[in-house]
Design a protein around this ligand. Structure first.
Ligand SMILES: Cc1cc2nc3c(=O)[nH]c(=O)nc-3n(C[C@H](O)[C@H](O)[C@H](O)COP(=O)(O)OP(=O)(O)OC[C@H]3O[C@@H](n4cnc5c(N)ncnc54)[C@H](O)[C@@H]3O)c2cc1C
Length: 554
């Protein structure tokens, strides 16, 4: 096994493997250490946002991801919310998410959302990883310690279990199956380490980084089961993928059924008493209570987790970073976990590559935490924990047994707005980042509005070029300058500046007509994760200065 890498990633769940793909595509030598040989078959992380699918487009496996879908193509992604039980007269439907995703915002993204079990997503990412020569997968190994010094980081690893493990690397096509004992420790040396090792992150704890937020002190059940009868009885609703039950006694927490396939596979999560275990609790009875009708079910898995909404107080220390659930933990309310984690990977990946390849400065690495941490902190507070509070308050306030007319009026209002809340205003952006030319006093925030206008700090809208291709198909792996209209001078200035300081830049010239006018700027500088960093209509006084700032080169 090689022992020297530019980056070692601890944890090869979806976020760790995605980060390895991002780095591997950029030619960075990296190793991913993962204790499990295969993705764990728990059907979580199903709702993938439009934005997440864009990542898969750039990771060159979006078709493979869509092909791995378990549901029939075209089966609508969306949810039913019911009051009391799934047998209730009070229910409404909503789109893919209550949080500014799915169909309602599809026009602002290059890809449409998707739904499939996380283990299928992980399998697609693992296949992609195998095609990248600079990545070494060290699966079946556990990281035990992470120690950094001024020049690098050591990661001590040991075989996860006695018996079989393997490591492979696409450049050598080596694959080994060895028998070993836990004595066989090895040390990997890297310039940077990223902990993508989940909620109980060894990397985060080793750095002494604490988490803040809200611990609801609530035990939650996760059951995975099969029931054709439940599928048939759900025929009372339009075709949907999730079914959420609200009732006052749950205090804002949900009883939640999600389809794994169409026909029989489901998962279910719900609050349960603190002392609940699989052997002292009637899980089937709880399912029937939530459904409001009896049905046969065969169980594949029963597990438990604690409901908390927490964010790490720092996302890095020295040469070590954390991403995904290692940096933020929360219930799957709204489907933010995996989507947020994959955005972390996309944000950090190009910045690490830029630093290692000499076209990004240290401040670029610092911007990872400055941009990503407030996004999750606000998502956790305002959307996830805030949503639990809002549901609880609403359910305390309106009750059909107390005032039926008042309840029905309020329920209709809720149904009308598809669950109300943050549907259109959830637009994570980095206006306050030091490496974008955001507005004076701008802050990184989840609150914004989707727009086709190109704005520094915001996601680029995918408009069509005059050749019929989409701008997203033309974006380069480094920075891209969209130059619309008579902008040869500006394009030349940026190209010369990029060459002078070795920053990768692709210029995409086109007319300033049709769809492109929606950008409301003739010059749009886009960074590798498709966020706009600078806009203008004239050649800037110093193009090199612009590039130096967005790459954090001093
Ligand atoms: C029921 C449920 C439904 C969900 N639904 C959604 C949804 O619809 N949308 C969404 O976005 N999110 C959803 N989530 C959340 C999502 O599943 C997580 O956010 C996601 O798994 C985070 O990925 P990760 O790679 O950061 O962490 P993990 O998936 O936890 O992966 C961490 C990996 O690190 C490995 N590891 C840990 N420690 C070590 C070590 N010391 N050495 C080696 N390997 C190690 C682990 O084996 C694991 O493979 C859901 C979660 C649940 C429970």
């Amino acid at each position: 096994m090689e022992s020297q890498y530019e980056v070692v990633i601890v944890g090869g769940g979806p976020v760790g493997v995605a980060l390895a793909v991002e780095l591997g595509q950029r030619g960075i030598s990296c190793a991913v250490v993962e204790r499990h040989l295969e993705p764990q078959r728990i059907p979580k992380g199903q709702n993938l946002s439009n934005r997440t699918l864009e990542h898969f487009f750039f990771w060159n496996c979006v078709d493979e991801l869509r092909a791995a879908r378990v549901m029939p193509p075209g089966y609508p992604i969306g949810g039913v919310t019911a009051y009391g039980s799934l047998n209730s007269p009070y229910w409404y439907t909503q789109g893919a998410s209550r949080s500014g995703r799915g169909e309602s915002v599809a026009d602002y993204f290059y890809e449409k959302n998707e739904r499939l079990p996380q283990y299928c997503t992980e399998a697609v990412l693992r296949e992609r990883l195998k095609q990248l020569p600079s990545v070494t997968a060290i699966f079946g190994w556990t990281a035990e310690r992470v120690d950094q010094d001024e020049d690098g980081v050591n990661v001590t690893i040991a075989p996860a279990t006695e018996g079989s493990f393997y490591s492979w690397s696409a450049d050598t096509e080596q694959q080994s199956n060895k028998d070993t004992t836990a004595e066989g420790r090895e040390t990997l040396r890297a310039q940077y380490v990223v902990g993508c090792d989940g909620g109980r992150s060894l990397v985060r704890e080793g750095l002494g980084i604490d988490c803040t937020g809200r611990n609801f002190d609530q035990r939650m059940l996760l059951a995975v089961f099969r029931s054709k009868e439940l599928h048939e009885k759900l025929g009372r609703f339009p075709e949907k993928t999730t079914y959420r039950v609200l009732k006052p006694e749950l205090q804002g927490f949900w009883q939640f059924f999600g389809r794994i396939d169409v026909g029989e596979g489901f998962f279910f999560h719900a609050p349960v008493p603190a002392e609940t275990r699989a052997d002292n609790f009637d899980v089937h009875a709880l399912l029937e209570e939530a459904a409001g009708f009896p049905f046969e079910a065969e169980f594949d898995h029963v597990g438990f987790w604690d409901l908390r909404v927490m964010v790490a107080s720092a996302y890095s220390q020295g040469r070590v970073f954390i991403a995904g659930d290692a940096a933020h933990q929360h219930p799957p309310y709204g489907g933010f976990g995996l989507n947020t984690g994959l955005e972390d990977a996309a944000n950090l990946g190009w910045k690490l590559a830029a630093k290692l390849q000499g076209w990004g400065g240290d401040a670029l690495l610092r911007s990872y935490a400055d941009e990503r941490r407030p996004i999750f902190e606000q998502t956790g507070e305002a959307v996830i924990a805030g949503g639990i509070d809002r549901d609880r308050e609403w359910l305390d306030r309106y009750n059909p047994n107390v005032d039926k007319a008042e309840f029905e009026a309020a329920w209709s209002e809720l149904a009308e707005s598809g669950g109300g809340q943050t549907r259109q205003t959830y637009e994570p952006h980095y206006e306050g980042s030091a490496v974008v030319f955001g507005p004076e006093g701008g802050e990184c925030s989840i609150h914004g509005s989707h727009s086709h206008a190109a704005q520094a700090g915001h996601h680029l809208s995918p408009r069509t070029l005059s050749n019929g291709r989409n701008v997203f198909q033309e974006l380069g792996p480094g920075f891209t300058l969209l130059a619309f209209g008579e902008q040869e001078e500006a394009a030349g200035a940026f190209e010369a500046a990029a060459k002078a300081i070795n920053v990768p830049l692709k210029v995409v010239p086109d007319t300033y007509e049709d769809d492109r006018r929606l950008y409301e700027s003739q010059l749009v500088l886009v960074r590798p994760d498709q966020y706009v960093v600078w806009v203008g209509d004239q050649t800037p006084a110093d193009a090199e200065d612009v590039l130096r700032r967005v790459a954090a080169l001093t």
